[in-house]
Each structure stands twice: as structure tokens, then as C-alpha cells.
Ligand binder design. Structure first.
Ligand SMILES: Cc1cc2nc3c(=O)[nH]c(=O)nc-3n(C[C@H](O)[C@H](O)[C@H](O)COP(=O)(O)OP(=O)(O)OC[C@H]3O[C@@H](n4cnc5c(N)ncnc54)[C@H](O)[C@@H]3O)c2cc1C
Length: 623
């Protein structure tokens, strides 16, 4: 049936698989996307939203490199918010509420328009492996497809087990069957596997809710968008979310089901995401809190279905129902479906190289939840990187690796493969030591040239980025070179309670003051005239503001990154024998042998490897 040998076979069309397939195909590799159900491409298994803190930066990075997640997030958005706007720009994080059905549909349309990409609906039940090399996949119907590389993106489907109260049954997601066969074969091949769990809240009928008892949460007054490309314009209309709270009564009703909770009666043994706990976990762990926030999120433009963010649970459905009916606005709630938890297999990611290729089997890549991560954005970015690297390997090109000071994606992959993870890993801004450099506003500057070189980002995308940054640079030099007189600036400074000046001075210095913003300096005639004359758009104005106000921090962080990256160039040979270095601690030797870092810098980030071990290693390597 399949006569050809594919360059890249992607297994699973979730967020990771969809990006992997798009990247490989767009880089010219003959690609096949095999997935269990073609109706569920890029299905949002949990919340109908993309982005958020640190995750929004990742979506922008994917977009800057030429991936599709940013575009689809825009075309399917029903609300946009820039989170953390009151903090410094390193913390600003875009987030959209999504139309769940449109998100999946738009993804599928984009993939169908992608050249070099074939589709096949079936469950992959095993890999074809010859020696230490993957050569294809086989499906549960016995179809064999040959491929030069395979990217596994099985998400929560590997031996997935769904729990609701004291019931449990096999499944990869509500209404979809689990995938079997792959874990067992990989373990036979020598891989370590583990179990993790995650959960989701009930979905309810909006017609049964009383929104007048809740607090409205509208989108931004001036919404932005994710993609740097002008595929869509920012939203004109938006749908609001609403907020309500649990209460001591709700908590008591939930506690009534604790004896039937798989979380508490030992049936669920694996670890879930610590930062996204279930409601039963929250009332158990934070027993002194008498209420928890619930966000009532619409699932799309035209549907009456709502997602109850903050009420993730695997308690019995009757307990979920009774407790939710005691929440203000939910007195008459009707369920579309109850919440549930799912346990699934994952593979500790220390078994991977920076390219996401496995160390054990050549040509085999893992991306997404299979690597112990959680979240669409984390999955999509790994998919993109695995698709790129699978393609590069087949084309016999150098691998593509992003460093920690270049992208959140670089931090994510380096954390996974160097430190591993024992609980579902999600991205936070605090994981990035260079977060002032890795902002959502400059992802294009950081990554689009790389995306263009890879053949992923179009020339149009590159030109747009160059123009934006050139305009911002010129506007910054305008501030550096233009003076303002006391009589013009002092009334503005006084209105902001900033000390007045006695003599004319450069605008840059005044703009750099902590409480002076672009809106203030725009009151200076020459500034507004410059903006009008050069027809500057919001992106350029924002970029200029960040560069002026944070120039000191940015320069300092860049300097630190440059200093530390010197160790990044000290390569460790693949066959390096750590057992010879007796003066290194036993734990460090064992960890280094297992993880096989490629540089001294990576070795220094492995937990259990001390600065002293690194000094010994450097001495041993003649440095
Ligand atoms: C119940 C639940 C709750 C969740 N809660 C959260 C949360 O609170 N916060 C959060 O950030 N994330 C949550 N997630 C996780 C989020 O959905 C995932 O992180 C994200 O979807 C992972 O993307 P992925 O591409 O790795 O896998 P998935 O989106 O799971 O996609 C996997 C794809 O692979 C296909 N597939 C699997 N095995 C095979 C096979 N053998 N052959 C062919 N096709 C196959 C599947 O059909 C599916 O299309 C939750 C997921 C679930 C199911």
C-alpha cells in the first residue's frame, strides 16, 4: 500500500505532531502524518486557550521560526489578553481564549495546504527497527510504512487509563481509545518508561448558568495577536470569560466523595502537574483557604459549552455535579461531561539528545507529552524542533539547537534532556535565567533569521522583522539625539511626580526614568511628530519603549550570557570515559555517564554535578 520510503514519519497529530509534520514537510522532506483519528488534529484536550505566562513567549517563538501554532491561535481566538502588563516586559505574556473546534479545523486546513505532507488514519502499534536504526512503523492493522526517521508524539495515549471516581477504563482522552504496543517495544529496546497523570474539569451548558452572579472578565481593550505575520488582524469583537468562587459548602460537598477519589484511595499512583492541581487536591493541601477562583471560559464563538477552569477533578461524577451546583451562578448547571483524570506512559527525557533524537535508536525522535511535559505550547515547540532535526538529519545537514539564551524553547529542551523531570514539566519564566533577553516582543528578532535559514520562515517574514527592528533602532537613536527644553518637559514630569530638570537634556535620559512611559513622552511635540511622520505602528513603538527603558538590564544580561556561553564551546567527546576521573564524585561520574552532556556547560547544569566536579573535568580536559 505504501510503496515509497518517507523521509519523516510523524506518529500522532496532537500539538507536537502537527508542528513536527508541518516543519519537516516545509523543509522539503517527504512526510507522513499517521494519527488515530484525523477528525481530532491538534485537539485541545484540556483548556481552550493558548499562551499565558511563559507559554505565550513559546507560541511567539514557534511563530518566529515559521511554525503554525501562532497563526492558528490568531485565527481561532475569541479573546486576547496580554498578561502581566503591570510588570516589566520580560514578564508580558500573550494569551488567547480559543474556539476549540475552529482551532482544530484551522490546523487541519493549514496542514492540508502543506506540500510534501501525506496523511493516514490508524494506530501505530510498533516501530520497524534494524540494528540501532529506526526504518519505519507498523500499524495495528499490520500495515508497514518505511521511513528514514520517525517522530513519536503520542501525548497522553500510551496505555492511557481514565479515572472518574472508582471507575477506570482505558483511553487516551475522553471518547478516544488508548494506544498500545509502543511502550512495550521501546522498553524491550532498552528504554526506561514511567507513568504520569493529568486531569481536566467538567464542561457545562452555558444556558444553565446565571452569569449575573459572576464577575465578567473581558479581553484587552486594545487586543494584540500572536503571529508576526499579518494573516489576521487583532480581534474586533471578543467573548468574555466570567469568574466565580467555591465556598466552604462546596468544599464539604467535595469531601463527601474523597473515599471514592482515585487520588486519595491509592488507585492513581503517578504524579500530576503540581502547578495545576485538581480541586480536591487544592482543598486538601490548602485546607485553611475557604474559597478558590473558578474561571468560566467559553469554548468558542457559537457554542454554549463552557470550560470550568480551576475545577479539574476525578471525583465521582455525582459528587462533581452536586458540588458545582453550590457555586454562585451554577445552581441549575447542566453537565456536558464530567471531569476526569488520566494516567499515561512517558519516557524520561534524559534519554534524548538536544535534537530530541533518542540516544538508543538512531533516527527516532520523541516530542511533546511523551517526554514528560504538559501543555500545548511545550508540546508544539518540541514537535517543531523534532520535525526540523529529523528533516536536517535525513538531508545530512547539521542539527538545529537553540541555546538557553536564545529561546524559551532552548531552555525547555535543555532542562528536559539535562535534568529530566519526575512530574509533568511546564514552562515558567523563572526557568529562564536570561528572561530579559527572551521576551515575547523580540522572538522574531531572535529567531526569524534562523527560521529563514532553515527554509521555514518566509522571506516576507524576514523582511517584516528587519523593517520593524530597523524602525525601532532609528526611533531609539532619535531619543538619544534629540534634546528637550525644561519648559516643555517639566509640566509632564511634574504630572508624573518626577523631579523637574534645570536645563535642556536628551529625551533618552528622561524616557529612561522608571515612571515615565511612552504616552508621557508622546506629549513632547517632536516625539509625536516623529511618530506621525514615520507612520510608526504599535509594534515599533512598543519595541522602542522596551529598548530605551530596559537597555541597562538587557545589556547586563547579554554580557552574563556571553560570559557563561564560553563553556558552551568546550565540547566533550561522545566517547568520553568519566570512570577514569577518580577525583570526581561518584554521583557526578554516574550522572555524566548516563546523560552524556555534549558540552561542559551542559554538564554543569546536571543536578548532582558540583562546580568542583566541573573544575576537575576542565583540568582533565586540559583547560
Ligand atoms: C485529561 C487531560 C487533561 C489535561 N490537562 C492539562 C492541563 O491542565 N494543563 C496543561 O497544560 N495540559 C493539560 N493536558 C495536556 C495537554 O493536552 C497536552 O500537553 C498536549 O495536548 C500534548 O500534546 P501532544 O501533541 O504531546 O499530545 P496530544 O495532544 O495528546 O496528541 C497525541 C496525538 O497522538 C495520537 N496518537 C497517540 N498514539 C498514537 C498511535 N499509537 N498511533 C497513531 N496516533 C497516535 C492521538 O490520537 C493524538 O492525536 C491535559 C490532557 C488531558 C488528556
Amino acid at each position: 500500500m505504501f510503496n515509497e520510503v518517507y523521509d519523516v514519519i510523524v506518529v500522532g497529530a496532537g500539538h507536537a505532531g502537527s508542528e513536527a509534520a508541518a516543519a519537516a514537510a516545509n523543509m522539503g522532506s517527504k512526510t507522513l502524518l499517521v494519527t488515530m483519528n484525523l477528525q481530532n488534529i491538534a485537539q485541545m484536550s484540556c483548556n481552550p486557550a493558548m499562551g499565558g505566562i511563559a507559554k505565550g513567549q513559546i507560541v511567539r517563538e514557534i511563530d518566529a521560526l515559521g511554525g503554525y501554532s501562532g497563526i492558528v491561535s490568531d485565527t481561532s481566538a475569541i479573546q486576547f489578553k496580554m498578561l502581566n502588563k503591570s510588570k516589566g516586559p520580560a514578564m508580558w505574556s500573550p494569551r488567547v481564549q480559543s474556539d476549540r473546534m475552529r482551532f482544530a479545523e484551522d490546523w487541519r486546513m493549514l496542514l492540508e495546504q502543506t506540500k510534501n505532507l501525506d496523511f493516514y488514519q490508524e494506530m501505530v502499534s510498533g516501530l520497524l527497527v534494524e540494528g540501532d536504526k529506526v526504518v519505519g512503523v507498523k500499524t495495528s492493522l499490520g500495515v508497514e510504512v518505511r521511513g528514514k526517521s520517525v517522530v513519536l508524539t503520542n501525548g497522553t495515549f500510551l496505555n492511557g487509563l481514565i479515572h472518574i471516581g472508582d471507575k477506570n477504563f482505558g483511553g487516551g482522552r475522553a471518547g478516544e481509545k488508548a494506544a498500545t504496543g509502543i511502550t512495550e517495544q521501546l522498553v524491550d529496546l532498552g528504554f526506561d518508561s514511567g507513568r504520569m497523570k493529568t486531569g481536566t474539569p467538567p464542561r457545562v451548558d452555558g444556558r444553565s448558568l446565571d452569569f449575573s452572579k459572576m464577575v465578567e472578565q473581558p479581553g484587552d481593550e486594545n487586543p494584540e495577536k500572536f503571529s508576526y505575520l499579518d494573516v489576521t488582524k487583532p480581534l474586533k469583537d471578543q467573548r468574555s470569560c466570567h469568574m466565580s468562587y467555591t465556598s466552604p459548602l462546596v468544599h464539604d460537598l467535595l469531601r463527601e466523595g474523597f473515599d471514592r477519589s482515585p487520588m486519595f484511595n491509592g488507585r492513581i499512583k503517578s504524579l500530576g502537574p503540581r502547578y495545576c492541581p485538581s480541586i480536591e487536591d487544592k482543598i486538601n493541601r490548602f485546607a485553611d483557604k475557604d474559597r478558590h477562583q473558578l474561571f468560566v471560559e467559553p469554548e468558542g464563538w457559537n457554542t454554549v459549552e463552557y470550560y470550568i477552569n480551576g475545577f479539574s477533578t476525578s471525583l465521582p461524577e455525582d459528587v462533581q455535579f452536586k458540588a458545582l451546583r453550590s457555586v454562585a451562578g451554577f445552581e441549575n448547571v447542566k453537565f456536558f461531561r464530567p471531569g476526569y483524570a488520566i494516567e499515561y506512559d512517558y519516557f524520561p527525557p534524559t534519554q534524548l539528545k538536544h535534537t530530541l533524537e533518542t540516544k538508543l535508536v538512531s533516527g527516532l525522535y520523541f516530542a511533546g507529552q511523551i517526554n514528560g511535559t504538559t501543555g500545548y505550547e511545550e508540546a508544539a515547540s518540541q514537535g517543531l524542533m523534532a520535525g526540523i532535526n529529523a528533516s536536517l538529519k535525513v538531508q545530512e545537514n547539521e542539527p538545529f539547537i537553540l541555546k538557553r539564551d536564545e529561546a524559551y524553547i532552548g531552555v525547555l529542551i535543555d532542562d528536559l534532556i539535562t535534568k529530566g523531570t519526575e512530574e509533568p514539566y511546564r514552562m515558567f519564566t523563572s526557568r529562564a535565567e536570561y528572561r530579559t533577553l527572551l521576551r515575547q516582543d523580540n522572538a522574531d528578532l531572535r529567531l526569524t533569521p534562523k527560521g529563514f535559514e532553515l527554509g521555514l520562515a518566509s522571506e516576507k517574514r524576514l523582511k517584516r522583522m528587519e523593517q520593524k527592528h530597523e524602525s525601532a533602532k532609528e526611533f531609539v537613536s532619535f531619543f538619544e539625539n534629540t534634546s528637550v527644553k525644561p519648559e516643555e518637559i517639566n509640566p509632564i514630569l511634574e504630572s508624573k511626580k518626577s523631579s523637574p530638570v534645570n536645563q535642556s537634556g536628551k529625551l533618552f535620559k528622561i524616557f529612561a526614568r522608571p515612571n515615565i512611559e511612552m504616552d508621557d513622552v508622546r506629549k513632547v511635540e517632536s516625539v509625536e511628530a516623529y511618530i506621525q511622520e514615520h507612520n510608526l505602528d504599535r509594534e515599533v513603538i512598543e519595541q522602542t519603549e522596551i529598548q530605551v527603558k530596559y537597555s541597562g538590564y538587557i545589556a547586563k544580561e547579554k554580557n552574563n550570557a556571553d560570559k557563561l556561553s564560553r563553556l558552551e564551546y568546550v565540547k566533550i567527546p561522545a566517547d568520553f570515559d568519566y570512570s577514569k576521573i577518580k577525583s570526581m564524585s561518584f554521583e557526578a561520574r554516574e550522572k555524566l555517564k548516563k546523560i552524556q552532556p555534549t558540552t561542559v556547560s551542559q554538564a554543569s547544569r546536571i543536578s548532582g554535578v558540583s562546580p568542583n566536579d566541573i573544575s576537575v573535568l576542565l583540568v582533565y580536559m586540559g583547560r
